[in-house]
Design a binder for this molecule. Sequence first.
Ligand code: HEC
Ligand code: HEC
Ligand code: HEC
Ligand code: HEC
Ligand code: HEC
Ligand code: HEC
Length: 474
Amino acid sequence: MNRRFYSGLLMWSSIVLLIFVLIAGYKEFTPEWKKYQAKYKELYMKNAKDETIKAKAKAFKIELQQIYVDKLNSADRCISCHIGVENPMMAKEAVPYKTHSGNYLDKHPIARFGCTSCHGGQGRVTTTKDAHAVEHDAHYDYPIVPVKYIQSSCAQCHDYNMLEKNGADKVVKGRKLFNEKGCRGCHKVDGVGGVLGKVLDGIGSQPRIYFPMRHIKGEATQYTWHKEHFLDPRALVPESEMKVILNEEEADALATYVLTITSTEMPREYRRIRPSLEAELDGDALYKKYCVACHTAGKESYFDEIFNRTIPAIMNPAFLRIADNKFLKSSVSEGREGTQMTSWKPSAAGLSEQDIDKIVGYIAKERPAGGAPRFNFAGFKTDTKRGETLYNIRCALCHGKDGKGGAGFLGINLRNPVTQSADPEFLAVTVRDGRTGTPMVPFGKAGVGLSEQDMADIVSYVKILSQSKIAAKN
Ligand code: HEC
Ligand code: HEC
Ligand code: HEC
Ligand code: HEC
Ligand code: HEC
Ligand code: HEC
């Protein structure tokens, strides 16, 4: 029994091996696209109604197809598989046999546009895996653009007025969100914007390997990365200081928009971008573009968990009552050293003087009439030593002994050059009256009840905080 058993085993294993070898050989010598074209031919013959078309279908030759576009430097072989895109009889078939949707190919003849000008991906390769390059182990860095983000390509050649009129609403919406959600508060584009985040010029051209994919949940592509990052930056970049609040639909629209910010340009003859006169932005629009992400509506101060510091309420009437435009302007222009509050002047974040004035005008528009009663700081003979002792008792628990605030302290930074050079009268009134609705309580008669002399002494010390040697926080 043994001999027969072993020779049988040998025979069967040889057959199995042979089958494997044949399959491997078939795969090697029968490219994927041939299979699709064979099936296409079958469908074509089935769908052909009259004899002339049937004859045409019968004559269809299975061969590698390519659209070479000199001006775009592209050689797209996508149609080796997507062979039916121009055949109206394939409207009901599945991808890749299917007729192309919409009238995109009428407006953009494939001989001139190829496929990758809109879809991205690898035009020259002929396996689905590498042409689409969506799987993380594909060899290429530029996967095809998911159809849901494809309007990012339209904007490479068309302007937004045109796209809006032609229903490319997603990319139009993404651009609006980009300007209204304060993304520029932390990101420069074209030289203007905050500095906490990276410069976004060229972000739409970044290859997949540029993005940290360790924690990604969906496909490891730049497209999915953007979307997941917009929904929850810290899920992908745990130490991120980015601030965004977006829903799914908004995240998709914004992903579409950021992909338009590329470092490459389509050849001139392909671009239909009419220079539109950028409408001048008013203070409201500028505030949304640059400030809203951190300061929100400006009415309430809040302790920011990500920055680990308080973001002051810059449109709080109690603040505006005593902060004049000069103070506001220097706060915006100079920023607040050592905090996330960027310097917005032309040589830093790049806002023009006029734009800063417009923003200041916008912030100050609800300033209550009639200022606060004067403190008359100049009328007091002050004692900074006594001021220091009182400061350490009354103020250090929020502003820190060194006056830097932040790092878990509720109070804001008092050591920065703008606050240090502010009028002592402004500081004294701030201490006396506090800022209603914020942790900064009134220290005068209406609140804690310090004497005017106490407050004057404290202010004289606050004025020299930046010169004090105390570096360590306690
Ligand atoms: C080897 C054959 C093959 C090649 C080459 C190929 N594709 Fe595909 N493509 C397919 C198949 C099969 C599908 C349907 C199944 C799938 O999505 O993987 C498809 C699906 C698609 C889809 C639809 C995806 C979706 O989300 O609905 C798009 C868009 C697409 N291909 C574009 C391209 C572009 C652009 C190229 C050239 C860069 C290309 N394909 C090259 C076979 C191919
Ligand atoms: C002018 C831009 C443009 C060009 C050029 C273009 N497409 Fe598309 N393609 C689109 C858009 C937009 C969609 C999404 C259509 C929709 O959802 O209505 C799409 C969808 C697709 C799909 C998904 C299935 C479908 O039909 O909805 C495939 C597959 C596809 N295109 C393949 C190709 C191939 C292959 C080429 C080159 C022969 C090509 N496309 C050229 C814009 C383009
Ligand atoms: C590579 C550049 C390029 C891309 C990408 C592109 N287009 Fe076009 N599009 C053109 C050009 C050029 C024309 C004009 C065609 C001509 O010269 O006849 C055109 C024409 C059109 C037209 C017809 C408008 C008219 O005035 O006749 C529409 C609508 C359109 N495109 C929409 C889109 C949409 C939507 C997308 C994205 C899915 C897109 N285009 C992607 C370059 C492009
Ligand atoms: C409070 C500051 C802040 C705001 C507001 C902000 N970002 Fe960011 N952003 C960052 C920081 C910091 C990073 C780097 C860490 C990270 O990748 O999350 C970043 C990273 C990015 C990246 C990846 C850049 C790269 O090169 O890796 C993109 C894209 C991006 N932000 C877009 C946006 C968009 C769009 C908005 C508006 C909805 C926005 N950001 C709002 C701070 C911000
Ligand atoms: C990245 C977040 C961020 C952005 C964007 C930002 N700020 Fe600030 N801002 C802060 C923080 C944090 C502080 C408090 C700093 C401190 O602790 O002193 C601050 C302080 C201020 C102050 C001082 C308030 C006071 O109580 O003295 C003004 C005024 C101000 N910001 C205006 C603006 C304007 C106008 C813009 C837009 C051009 C802007 N900020 C953009 C984070 C930001
Ligand atoms: C309970 C916490 C707390 C205490 C105690 C406190 N502050 Fe404040 N202080 C704040 C906060 C929070 C702000 C920012 C308020 C806002 O949102 O506008 C602030 C703002 C200020 C400002 C405005 C700075 C600027 O640039 O606009 C000054 C000045 C100031 N505090 C001084 C003091 C002094 C002096 C004391 C002690 C007498 C003191 N604070 C005690 C929390 C506190």
